[in-house]
Design a protein around this ligand. Sequence first.
Ligand code: FES
Length: 278
Amino acid sequence: MATVTGSAGPATESTPVALPRRGGPSVMTLRQDRWWIQPLVTFSILFAFVVYVTWAGFQNRNYYVGVAGHPYLISPLYSPCIAHSCVSGSTIRGFHLSWWSFSPALLILIIPGGFRVTCYYYRRSYYRAFWWSPPSCAVQDHHSKYTGETRFPLILQNTHRYFFYLAFLVNIILTYDAIVAFTSPGGNFVVSIGTLVLVVNAALLWLYTLSCHACRHLCGGHVRKFSDHPIRQRLWKITTPLNARHMQFAWASLIVVALTDVYVRLVASGAISDVKLF
Ligand code: FES
């Protein structure tokens, strides 16, 4: 295995040394390729997403089209709408929390936000892109010491499996939103661009959630003999190939959930009309 010495000299197959942490020799890396592109792209997308979702979450309007336009077309950032301030028709069977009168998104986003922040894949990505810990393979760590995820606040990353359970429930609600979005204002079956947007969004969120490492472990973890647990083996076989594509589902679902909010927001504000397909 080729590793690097503390000097700026070239690495060879016979010089096994570890890259220094910050405070060591001044060389940051011996890599000649554009290793910085990946953390830069990651930083740009995640930063843009956080800025947009924060802005959208504080808007507290234009998240629900309403019965006059397309009933049940609601932004995934605001569903389930459970705040006292939710506009008429946006709650599920009128359920809301009377003690919460701020934007419902600020309450709802705790679950998908916590799920993504503690996601194993995103952790790797934002540790590299935001904290440079390390920014890439064989590039010097920007921090002088490493404590892992054993102390506060990073020990909270271990709550991921609980966010998985909550995100699973939110996905059920977003799937419900997508299904009822096939209903026209008159109560008939309808397919519009908005309907399809909600369906694609829900599908990608399911793929992201079911490909989660915690989900795969839930299906096949702590099993000594799969032959004794055929159902768990079957579930494990379904989640394993999904798990291999977790990174792709993570990015796709992240981008589509933001675009879904943009679409619903444009329709709800009257900037565009939801085009009926049939
Ligand atoms: S590991 Fe990414 S969502 Fe669980």
